[in-house]
Write a protein that binds this ligand. Structure first.
Ligand code: WTA
Length: 576
């Protein structure tokens, strides 16, 4: 769609979305003023929830919630204010205070959101975790953050019971359940019972802009996941990127399909839309083509933020299906997490009569950095142009900017409001992002064209992106080594038309074990249960031994090259 066509379709959007205008007079200070956070003491929970409860938005629905069993619930800003106040009182009575880490291992229940708001009100730090995690993933996060409280359901708790003894810092477990007064183990409390008696008013903690808000763990090439730490100041970026990149307005019904266990679900599936006072819809269920279209139809979703893998699956399910639903309410579609194929955009144009706007960012950047804005012509296959106030560049390893068209490291000039503040408990790994003087390096490679659009090329490291989920090969290899039959394991991302990449494991077995498809299946199941449902190897290849460097490091690069039939490159460090 060109500018004229967009303006014809959405005349009200013209001023809001004009890229050049947005850039001309842009300053973060102005955004801060627009949001109304002048002083030094702030709280994102106030800006996102309580503030609206004092205006005409008081009775506006903040959250439309649908459960997988067909339950429909809704909460106004006023109701969320009261519930999160009660919840904050409840958590305070359990000893939670400023700076404490409170982790959430919950499906996308309304209580997940209520607790996240309450934790912010207390000045505590939340750690949302994806409900598909296994015990190892949960243990690593709670151990590293020294979490004091875990909020979960009785069902999910069972999954992590076996690792609780490894978490001496964990004082309490809050159980969210439809039931009440069920039998509780020592140290466990029932959310529902405590909420009943909790006072309705809570005096929130006023925070410095730089005080931590949440921790999200994400993968690098080596080592355990890193606790990316974000602060209240992030709200400046959340507010304006939601408004300008996702084009959200007051009359929208917005649906972000991501779980808050991923950064997209925390930033654009909660804080961003609520800072803008927008109604959002949450579906707490698995991906299902019919269900998704039904949701758009019945809730009259206007803005939809999803991921390439989901779009590819929708595309695969056939166009006739789309025709069975009324999706006329949709006016803006965005995508994030992996490269968005031009075919998918073309298909979207056909079936939804709308372009799909790609956006690029990372857990570490905290908010959208590069996007195909509402107002710029979409270049299918490109990530778009940098957000106002963001300086992105393609650099070499010395930090020199490369000319247009050259592949290099995608880097950003540090200093935007939502940039990561630290890697929890690991200054060294934080500093690695800033190894090239003057730049934050993303780990992605890309190039820029002569019109200023950025194009994704790949990862500069071994990090795997499967269905938009970032998985570190090391985590999977470590989990594999815990299996009784595995002697050595090397893990790579293998290109896959639907999922972007799938995880493939090369495994050398211990003495006494023989390769078989049953053993392969057993190992897959093992990883699914121990690490996470999305992080298991869909493909396993048994080998005698794995290629290693002389210092004993498994050469994933070589495994990958061999697997894909590519040249093996420099193998001078290879052990015999
Ligand atoms: C990849 C997700 C291509 C990229 C918000 C990045 C993308 C990593 C795109 C961050 C995109 C994200 N096109 N690749 N539009 N968006 N990525 O931290 O490799 O889970 O570095 O954050 O996903 O993943 P993360």
């Amino acid at each position: 769609m060109n500018k004229t066509e967009i303006i014809n379709k959405h005349p009200e959007a013209f001023n809001l979305i004009c890229y050049e205008d947005q850039h001309k007079n842009f300053s973060w200070e102005t955004v801060k003023k627009e949001l109304g956070v002048g002083g030094n003491k702030v709280n994102i929970a106030y800006e996102a929830i309580d503030k609206h409860a004092t205006t005409w938005r008081k009775n506006k629905v903040a959250l439309y919630w649908e459960g997988s069993d067909g339950t429909h619930l809704k909460y106004t800003f006023q109701e969320l204010k009261i519930l999160s106040d009660k919840c904050a009182n409840m958590l305070q009575s359990l000893g939670v205070g400023k700076g404490d880490r409170v982790f959430l291992f919950l499906p996308r229940l309304p209580e997940l959101f209520i607790n996240m708001i309450a934790i912010a009100k207390l000045g505590a730090i939340s750690g949302p975790m994806f409900s598909a995690f296994g015990p190892d993933a949960v243990r690593d996060r709670l151990q590293n953050s020294e979490a004091k409280v875990l909020i979960t359901t009785p069902e999910l708790k069972e999954r992590v019971d076996a690792v609780l003894w490894e978490l001496p810092k964990l004082e309490r477990i809050v159980l969210v359940s439809v039931k009440e007064d069920y039998e509780l183990e020592e140290g466990n409390v029932c959310y529902k019972t405590l909420m009943k008696d909790a006072p309705e008013r809570f005096e929130m903690e006023w925070m410095d802009m730089e005080d931590p808000l949440y921790l999200l763990y994400t993968s690098g090439t080596t080592g355990k996941p890193k606790g990316i730490t974000h602060v209240h100041n992030d709200m400046i970026s959340y507010y304006i990127t939601t408004k300008w990149s996702l084009d959200l307005r007051d009359d929208d019904i917005y649906w972000c399909t991501a779980d808050p266990g991923w950064v997209t679900g925390t930033v654009y599936g909660m804080w961003g839309p609520w800072l803008n006072g927008v109604s959002m819809y949450i579906y707490d269920g698995r991906f299902d083509v019919n269900k998704w279209y039904e949701a758009i139809q019945s809730y009259k979703i206007t803005v939809w933020y999803t991921a390439p893998t989901a779009l590819r699956m929708l595309m695969k399910s056939g166009d006739y299906l789309v025709a069975q639903y009324d999706l006329e309410s949709l006016r803006y579609i965005c995508s994030v997490g992996e490269p968005l194929n031009p075919e998918v955009i073309k298909w979207g144009m056909n079936v939804y009569n709308l372009p799909i706007h790609d956006t690029w960012w990372q857990t570490e950047t905290g908010s959208i950095m590069i996007a195909n804005y509402p107002c710029i012509p979409i270049k299918p296959g490109s990530m778009g142009k940098p957000f106002p106030g963001i300086k992105a560049a393609i650099i070499d390893s010395e930090g020199n900017e490369l000319p247009d068209g050259h592949h290099g490291i995608l880097a950003l000039k540090p200093g935007w409001p939502s940039m990561l503040r630290k890697v929890w408990g690991d200054e060294g790994r934080f500093n690695e992002y800033f190894n090239i003087t003057g730049w934050y390096t993303t780990g992605d490679t890309a190039y820029k064209d002569e019109e200023g659009y950025f194009w994704f090329v790949g990862r500069a490291d071994d990090v795997i992106n499967t269905s938009g989920h970032r998985v570190g090969p090391f985590e999977v290899e470590s989990a594999l080594l815990e299996h009784r039959a595995v002697a050595e394991a090397g893990v790579i991302g293998k290109p896959d038309p639907e999922r972007g990449e799938i995880i493939k494991a090369f495994i050398a077995l211990k003495e006494g074990f023989k390769p078989s498809s049953e053993l392969g299946e057993e190992i897959k199941k093992f990883i699914k249960h121990h690490l996470a449902a999305h992080a298991y190897p869909r493909e396993i290849e048994f080998c005698e031994n794995l290629p290693k460097t002389r210092s004993g490091k498994i050469m994933r690069r070589l495994l990958k090259a061999k697997d894909l039939g590519l040249p093996t490159g420099d193998i001078s460090t290879l052990e015999d």
